[in-house]
Write a protein that binds this ligand. Sequence first.
Ligand code: S3P
Length: 203
Amino acid sequence: MLSRKAPGSGQSGARAVILIGFMGAGKSSVGRALAEQLGWTFQDLDERTELREGRRVPEIFRDSGESGFRQAEHLALRDLLRELRTGAERVVALGGGAFVQKDNAALVGAGGVPTVFLDAGVEELWQRCRRQAEQQRIERPLLGSLERFAELYEARRRHYMKASFRQETSGKTVQEIAAEVIQALGLGPRSRDRSRGGRGEKQ
Ligand code: S3P
């Protein structure tokens, strides 16, 4: 884990956190667990993009190409970050390519919201994606072959490493990962105080 301190984090700090990382890193599942533990709202950028476009991600790729998808994704991210500026308590999961785009990384950086790079070995990421494709029929237009997947991961990793910190996910449950992120960023004491006695944790 990187020791660099997250912008806006600390015990009195951040009211939002942004999860980044490659396909299969667990951004959505960890994001939901994190939001549940904090009593915050979870937002998935791919879902926001789909809502904005009225089309599913694979359809956008098919009909408008990757560049069309990136444009739509950028606009959805802008909307989402605007909402964070109102002080909304949010856990946000970005799609695997979003933070790699220069404009998006600049927007996220300017917002001062801490970012977490969820990571695992590339073989494990690949296996998770394959499992999700088979069991949950999650379609990922950029999944391709293991070789291509590994190349893309390597090319993107240096961008992901610009996150406030890197969280290892191998061999950990989503609940454990969420708890480690909360501790590392010192997130949400005010939320937890408010919810004391009322709210149960997931599972
Ligand atoms: C993409 C990852 C996907 C989705 C789109 C493009 C990528 O999200 O945004 O298929 O470029 O890696 P997940 O990382 O949630 O699979």
